[in-house]
Write a protein that binds this ligand. Structure first.
Ligand code: 5AD
Ligand code: SF4
Length: 457
């Protein structure tokens, strides 16, 4: 019996002797982190925990954190602070912090110093160490941590998935790009790709289990395979996955524009199961800012990629990420971002005010732009994007979209909501039994956040 296995067996005995123990696992941030949260739940399920959505009912709380922006970290500290009273009421409660925040030394120091209610700190690649840390705590240890970097990424780790029809499949971990604002390369380490065969068998299994949407995840999926000796490229992986039998859709995120090769764009066009939507984070429309960000493409090069897909389909759907207020972004630089979003006509943008991350290159720049100015730019960006979305969603009126139904609409009774192949939110009247299946909806109206339509029989 392996060491981890004997720890797991010991835990199973301890936990079953205590009766039912409940765990509350909450993931912040990106979908890769959500996927890690599903693996953490997989470990906990194996050793006998059940799950609760209410932290106050839990015997074990794990906050799976994000470090991309400061406000995400502040939120976690706020929540951990407010959990002190839970620990006072229930001294056996175990509180753990995992995810990207734990990869920053200054954060771990702050937790140790100011948040004694935290029992476990679990590094981003240390999910396999969770049983050992839990055993230590259940045996009375007040603080247990493992923040070492491990090369293996829990291949084969059972997951407790959030959805029964949409599955996230990480294909690689880490990032080599070192965009100057970004903490990810420091907290997630260098790029490590999973073996293509492991990914393909996982997707085959998911499809045969009835999953309808497969979301391939990585910080930069386009560099998938570069680190493998006899690996295949990301476009080749897409083509292999496209050959799997079954009715499902393949999505992926995120792509770095500098690596969006013709080979990738052709694979998107030619693979019928790959969604006709590209999330392509541009970050800024100004070449000076893009260079200061170390993005290694120009606005013109980015637009060439957009044009290539628009030549195939003039309505091809794009979404993007934009950072507003990168250090010393001038009014002219910001204007160039506005020009770019008007040219591309994104269906949606995810925009963020620049957040200074200790340890990154950009954090060393002396920034002369005020917070008020940055907020005003953000408001302007959102206002203009709203107009673009309203206008561009009109192109769907009269068309029939294939929609994967997600749930009941929170706004209108009797209505369902789902995502089209193009990643557009679609609302329509229908029965909740359709949730998790594909339906055809004829679009009759467009708003600035979704389109509405009629379910076709
Ligand atoms: N400040 C603001 N936004 C950031 N992002 C990454 N780092 C930062 C930062 N320091 C944004 C980028 C990225 C998205 C996931 O988060 O737009 O594409
Ligand atoms: Fe961060 Fe850039 Fe890597 Fe994306 S590509 S994770 S923004 S360093």
């Amino acid at each position: 019996m392996g060491k981890n296995e004997s720890i797991i067996n010991e835990l199973i005995e301890i936990i079953s002797a205590k009766g039912e123990l409940k765990a509350y696992v909450h993931s912040f941030g990106c979908q890769l982190n959500v996927s890690d949260g599903e693996k953490i739940k997989g470990v906990l399920k194996k050793i006998g925990y059940s799950f609760t959505d209410a932290a106050e009912d839990a015997d074990l709380i794990i906050l799976n954190t994000c470090a991309v922006r400061e406000n995400a970290e502040d939120r976690v500290f706020g929540i951990v602070g407010s959990m002190k009273h839970l620990k006072d009421e229930k001294p056996d409660l175990i509180i753990g912090i995992s995810g990207c925040m734990t990869a920053q030394e200054h954060i771990v120091e702050r937790i140790k110093k100011s948040y004694p209610q935290v029992d476990i700190v679990l590094g981003t690649s240390a999910i396999n160490s969770l049983p050992k840390l839990l055993l230590d705590c259940l045996n009375g240890r007040s603080f247990a941590a493992d923040i070492a970097e491990y090369a293996d990424f829990s291949e084969g780790q059972e997951q407790v998935r959030e959805s029964t029809y949409k599955a996230s499949v990480p294909i690689m971990f880490g990032c080599n790009n070192f965009c100057t604002y970004c903490i990810v390369p420091y907290v997630r380490g260098r790029e490590r790709s999973r073996k293509a065969d492991d990914i393909i068998s996982e997707v085959k299994q998911l499809v045969s289990d009835g999953y309808k949407e497969i979301m391939l995840l990585g910080q930069n999926v386009n560099s998938y395979g570069n680190d493998l000796e006899c690996g295949i490229s990301f476009p080749q992986l897409l083509r292999r996955l496209n050959e799997i039998d079954g009715d499902f859709i393949i999505r992926f995120m995120s792509s770095h524009p500098k690596d969006a090769t013709k080979e990738l764009l052709d694979a998107i066009i030619e693979c019928e199961k790959v969604a006709k939507h590209l999330h392509l984070p541009v970050q800024s429309g100004s070449d000076e800012i893009l260079s200061a960000m170390n993005r290694r493409y120009t606005a013109e090069k980015y637009l060439e990629t957009v044009e290539y897909l628009r030549a195939y389909d003039k309505d091809f759907s794009f979404t993007t990420d934009i950072i507003v207020g990168f250090p010393n972004e001038s009014a002219e630089d910001f204007e160039k971002t506005l020009e770019l979003i008007k040219k591309v006509k994104y269906d949606n943008i995810y925009s963020f005010i620049y957040s200074k991350r200790t340890g990154t290159k950009a954090a060393e720049i002396d920034d002369r732009i005020s917070d008020d100015e940055k907020s005003a730019r953000m408001r302007k960006l959102l206002e203009i994007q709203r107009e673009i979305t309203t206008e561009s969603y009109k192109r769907f009126i009269g068309k029939t979209l294939r929609v994967l139904v997600d749930g009941e609409s929170r706004k209108k009774q009797g209505y369902l909501t789902g995502k089209s192949n193009e990643f557009i939110i679609v609302e329509f009247e229908g029965e909740s039994s359709l949730i998790g299946s594909f339906v055809d909806v004829e679009i009759t109206d467009a708003m600035n956040w979704a389109v509405t339509g009629k379910l076709l029989k």
